[in-house]
Design a protein around this ligand. Structure first.
Ligand SMILES: Nc1nc2c(c(=O)[nH]1)N[C@H]1C(S)=C(S)[C@@H](COP(=O)(O)OP(=O)(O)OC[C@H]3O[C@@H](n4cnc5c(N)ncnc54)[C@H](O)[C@@H]3O)O[C@H]1N2
Ligand code: MOO
Length: 450
């Protein structure tokens, strides 16, 4: 029997990250940048807050005036103005004077404290005018601490300070930070334009009648959705038969309008494995993947670093289950192409383990790694020796409980069980050195629900 060299998950991922091109930067208005990755540090143009302002609805006071205030004997201050948020006014406050002030309004230069309206004499929240009319004077029932309820200029961010760094994705909370710091345009990486091709003469569009031998193409929908979740744009999604001419035509047609290609099916050793025939014709169809005798692509490895950066498309066995047969490389036009196995669970796992990292790398996010959370498994199963295993899993613990997970399918990670993917809420990872998982073991879980 032939012996095969298996590439490790890490080696394969490194090869992907070493070959994918970094997309060019483009400037965008902040309003169009959601989901993009920063190509340069974003620098604040404003102090944040831009000026000292009130944290409360209440009264801006001179704290020295309030030193003797007590409940039985309140200090009364004349209210000389009202400062709503948005005002630019800076009324002078003489001793004994205060200004009504709303949350977010600039603090008068003469004031050094804010007293919330609730802490003033006679405050009655049930009164019909509560909070609406400004009284002529206000009684204070305790001394105001200097600096109280004041938000200081620049305490959050200073003008000139880096608010977010190159390589960070523009998530909603980050967009808010940039907008608040006065930034209106950002340098971002261009979105990768991706072509998704399902290969296989057995495939029909979902919903079409299937005759014996045919199945609905479920992979291309899944992969397209995954691409979008990774910040990519799907410019073309299609199916091709096992006729190599069809795949060649799609690759040629999309050369100028896309940055990357993802194929599924035909990655293994079958006689009709069209992806191999088209992308690595020298390997022929139906021959074993890369042999372990030091010939072929295996001999070209950069032995020192273990990072083979030969750009041509290579089909290899990776020590992962599912997802063993993997094709990856650069097309002659420079586009990275992933050729993933056709089994639906294998395609899902392959994307998450090998494609996602590459598409993020193209956007300048090579350092981004998914978060895995320790979880207790309530089930046991076997894991193939020396292969990292990825099991579709579901959370079985309740909200607020420590995380407990089970397999999404009772039959483990059978890579053809597409229907049972519906139960998966995420993935469990089992390291290569673990051959068996027992109930109660700690595993690593990656949540994947939208
Ligand atoms: N002799 C060997 N046979 C196989 C090996 C092997 O090492 N030696 N590896 C097996 C493993 S593991 C996998 S995974 C598959 C991968 O095969 P291919 O990438 O060539 O995929 P296909 O043969 O085209 O399809 C496999 C399976 O998936 C179904 N499929 C394909 N495309 C789709 C799609 N778009 N949507 C839904 N389902 C799809 C297809 O009908 C097949 O049932 O090879 C094993 N064989
Ligand atoms: O490796 Mo295949 O990808 O198990 O099903």
């Amino acid at each position: 029997m032939a012996e095969f060299r298996y590439r490790s998950v890490e080696e394969h991922r490194r090869r992907v990250l070493g070959l994918v091109p970094l997309l060019p930067a483009e400037d965008l208005p902040l309003a169009e940048a959601h989901g993009r990755t920063l190509a340069a540090d974003a620098v604040a143009t404003l102090d944040l807050p831009p000026w000292d302002n009130s944290a409360m609805d209440g009264y801006a006071v001179r704290s020295a005036d309030t030193r003797d205030a007590t409940a039985p004997s309140p200090v009364r201050l004349a209210v000389v103005g009202e400062l709503p948020a948005g005002t630019g006014a800076d009324p002078a406050l003489a001793p004994g004077q205060a200004a009504a002030i709303m949350t977010g309004a600039p603090l008068p230069g003469d004031a050094d404290a804010v007293v919330p309206v609730e802490d003033t004499a006679g405050w009655d929240p049930s009164a019909p005018t509560a909070g609406t009319a400004t009284p002529a004077s206000v009684g204070l029932v305790s001394p105001a601490r200097p600096g109280s309820h004041i938000r200081r200029r620049g305490e959050d961010v200073r003008a000139g300070q880096v608010v977010a760094t190159a390589g960070q994705p523009l998530a909603p909370q980050r967009l808010a930070a940039l907008a608040a710091a006065g930034i209106s345009r950002v340098s971002t990486r261009r979105v990768p334009r991706v072509v998704v091709v399902a290969t296989g003469s057995e495939l029909v569009a979902p919903g079409q009648p299937v005759r014996r031998g045919q199945i609905p193409d479920s992979n291309s929908l899944m992969l397209a959705a995954l691409v979008r979740a990774s910040g990519g744009e799907v410019v073309h999604r299609t199916r091709v038969s096992d006729d190599p001419a069809e795949l060649r035509a799609v690759l040629a047609r999309t050369a100028d309008s896309s940055d990357a290609v993802i194929l599924t099916g035909g990655a293994s050793v079958g006689a009709h494995d069209v992806a191999r025939l088209v992308l690595a014709p020298e390997s022929g169809g139906g021959v074993p993947l890369e042999a372990a005798d030091g010939t072929g692509a295996a001999a070209e490895h950069d032995a020192g670093r273990g990072v083979p950066l030969e750009p041509a498309v290579r089909f290899e066995r990776v020590s992962v289950q599912p997802g063993k047969p993997q094709g990856f490389g650069l097309l002659p036009d420079g586009r990275p192409v992933w050729s993933l196995p056709g089994n639906p669970v294998s395609a899902w796992v392959s994307y998450l383990v090998f494609v996602e990292a590459g598409l993020l790398g193209m956007q300048g996010r090579a350092a981004t790694t998914p978060r895995w959370y320790p979880a207790t498994t309530v089930e046991g199963w076997r894991s193939p020796p020396r292969r990292e295993q990825y099991v579709p899993a579901r959370v079985v613990s309740g909200p607020g409980e420590p995380l407990r997970v089970a397999q999404a399918t009772e039959r483990g990670s059978g890579s053809h069980l597409a229907g049972r993917l519906a139960r998966a809420t995420g993935l469990v990872r089992v390291p290569a050195h673990t051959d068996e998982v027992s109930p109660g073991d700690t595993v690593h879980y990656r949540p994947l629900e939208a």
